[in-house]
Design a protein around this ligand. Sequence first.
Ligand SMILES: [Zn+2]
Length: 278
Amino acid sequence: MKINTIEIGAFRMDGGGMFGVVPKVLWSRVYDQGDEKNRIPLQARLLYIEHQDRKILVDVGPGNKYNSKIRDIYDINLDRSNPDAYLSDLNLKRTDITDVIFTHLHFDHSGGATIIENGDIIPAFPNAKYYVQKDHYNYAIKPSLKDGASFFNENYVPLYENGMLELIDGDGELFPGISLITVNGHTKQMQLVKIEDNDQTFLYMADLIPTSAHIPVPYIMGFDNYPMTTLEEKQKWLPIIAENNWIAIFEHDNYNPAGKIIFNQEKHTYQLGEKFSF
Ligand SMILES: [Zn+2]
């Protein structure tokens, strides 16, 4: 199995939104001070897995179908949002991708799934099958007002309508060694992706733990629909990741792509252990 991360460029989100009830005096020390608009830099870090005859992408970043207003709010860097650009680093073409797993359909995870060509919205990966949880898809097309502004139908409804989007029902193995774990605190039925490669297990954390600064249990995003559920999900998965020496992959961390998680007995908190880069 070949595993790579692909960093397709930075964007920014409100630091307060990213850290919820945690005061800025604390999160600014461990992550970033924020810019003059209080936005902190985030990465869109995709995962690329090559296994047997499959060439799989996990999430596809924000993409480039934005008007200037949205681009300005999130300071989206469009330089590498074009899949032709970031795939060429791996000597791949868009037509080579066989599968795209969406953790969930918020724009910063799904926007790159479709592109505009001659004024039409078309699949960015024409030979791929796309996957998302069924309950998440049904929620995404009729979201709550809380996270409704993060869903854009043009990123996934065209894929569903032309039969390219497969709706999955719950946890399980999608390909040998690649399995899905659903969580519900951030949004309905988001899926984490677990990859077992020989002796090492990787867990792509999606928005459950978007950066390594979000490892401590109370560091939960204000964006989450059900923060108490996120809290319970972190209390369940952090010990599993730490005790089994898994490598956690942080989709949005601008500074630390991945690493092990350890429990600090003295401070009684989980924290980033040995860092890992691909
Ligand atoms: Zn999200």
